[in-house]
Every structure is written in C-alpha cells, then in structure tokens.
Design a protein around this ligand. Structure first.
Ligand code: SF4
Length: 157
C-alpha cells in the first residue's frame, strides 16, 4: 500500500482549493515546505490515505519555519485584524474547527477522495471555520474550494 500522508485538515482544504483557483504551483517554495510534493501525491492518487493531525504534518516537516515541532511563522493580519499573528495559533484554531465540523479527530484516516466527498456538503459552512475573514475573501475561498472539489469529482468519477 502507498505510504499515507500525514496532513492538517486545513492544508488539505488549501490544496484542493488551489486546484480550483488556477494558481496551482508545483514549484518548490522558498520556505522549503513540501506543499508541492504533497499536492503532486494527492493529484496522482485519489485512493491515497491521509492521516489527520492538528500538529506539524508532512508539509511542515522540511519547512524552515518548523522549530522543535512548532511553526514560528507569522501572518499578515492587516486584512484580518481579528486573528492571531501567530500562524501556529491560527492554524490550531482552524484545524480544530475543521475537525469538529467534519466529525473527525486526530489520527483518523481517510482517502483523498473520501475527504473530498466529506467536504462537499460543507461548502456553505466555510464561514464557521473562517469566521474572522472578510466576506470577499470567504466568497473567493468558497469558489476555489467548489471548483477544486469539482475538479477532483470530474477527474476521478
Ligand atoms: S511550519 Fe508553518 S509555515 Fe511551514 S508549512 Fe507548516 S504551517 Fe506552513
């Protein structure tokens, strides 16, 4: 069996959204993280298993911002003043919201395709997870995720 991908729920959602944004890049990132590599794995195998975590995942592992297992990066709060500038804290917030919304818990395992199917009925719940984001950004996220899920559905069914 193929090796499972350890991944934060929001990282998976971001990857599927990037498929729907037409801004998908498989170029290495200056941070050194593995988003391009994990995206390529997800794209080539809808049956690959994901193991969910709220902590550092396979994308974070080679990242220059991962220090002793904790992300030390900061985020631009100029357009989202209600969120913490700590990426570590913001990620924990949205990952736990995804866990609760989808009825999942850390350590749960499901395939790429199963996770996409689980997301479909929750498209309209994006404001629950990203409640601090402005409406126009939420609308954009909604459209990208919708497109990304359609991309997966069209490609693999
Ligand atoms: S360590 Fe932080 S910046 Fe690096 S991939 Fe993980 S969440 Fe992103």
């Amino acid at each position: 069996m193929e090796t499972a991908i350890i991944i934060k729920p929001h990282h998976f959602v971001d990857i599927i959204s990037s498929l729907g944004s037409r801004k998908l890049s498989l170029e290495p990132h200056p941070y050194g993280h593995a988003v391009a590599k994990v995206t390529a794995l997800i794209l080539t195998s809808p049956e690959r298993h994901l193991v969910l975590t709220p902590g550092a995942d396979d994308i974070c592992r080679p990242c220059s911002h991962l220090i002793h297992g904790v992300c030390n990066d900061t985020i631009d709060t100029s357009w989202r003043p209600l969120i913490s500038p700590s990426k570590y804290l913001w990620n924990l917030t949205i990952d736990w919201r995804w866990f609760h919304l989808l009825g999942l818990k850390p350590g749960d395992s499901l395939t790429v395709f199963e996770f996409c199917q689980l997301l479909e009925p929750h498209l309209n719940d994006l404001p629950v997870v990203y409640e601090e984001l402005p409406a126009e950004r939420l609308a954009q996220r909604f459209q990208y995720l919708k497109n990304g899920l359609k991309f997966v559905r069209d490609r693999y069914t």
